[in-house]
Design a protein around this ligand. Structure first.
Ligand code: SF4
Ligand code: F3S
Length: 103
């Protein structure tokens, strides 16, 4: 599962699609964690899509990740500022790739 302490244990390496990226990263195989309030571990995400379907405020959008070993699409928490902390995405992700930190 995603490390809920990623902000301490990982390094902020940049931004993609307006979302913070926490590494190390080594694309295309290692993509790190995307997002902060709503965080998706791209190296765990298998592109299931339950988070996109169930989020009531449409936080997630698909991004293409060609040649990643787990899946060639990932859920980007593009609109994480809209999150209402319902925790649905955390519950439905089959591989525990998502961490939401109700601050
Ligand atoms: Fe969407 Fe709820 Fe997940 Fe926030 S916690 S991203 S509102 S499903
Ligand atoms: Fe990925 Fe889990 Fe969503 S596998 S697409 S973060 S439900």
């Amino acid at each position: 599962p995603i490390d809920p302490q990623f902000e301490e244990n990982k390094e902020h390496v940049g931004e993609e699609n307006g979302v913070d990226v926490w590494g190390p990263t080594d694309p295309p195989e290692e993509l790190g964690i995307h997002g902060t309030h709503v965080a998706v571990d791209y190296d765990i995400c298998v592109g299931d899509g339950a988070c996109l379907e169930d989020c009531p405020v449409d936080v997630f959008t698909w991004v293409d990740t060609p040649d990643h070993p787990e899946s060639e699409i990932k859920a980007e928490p593009t609109h994480e500022a809209q999150c209402i902390d319902c925790m649905l995405c955390v519950d439905v992700c089959p591989v525990d790739a998502i961490d939401v930190d109700p601050g």
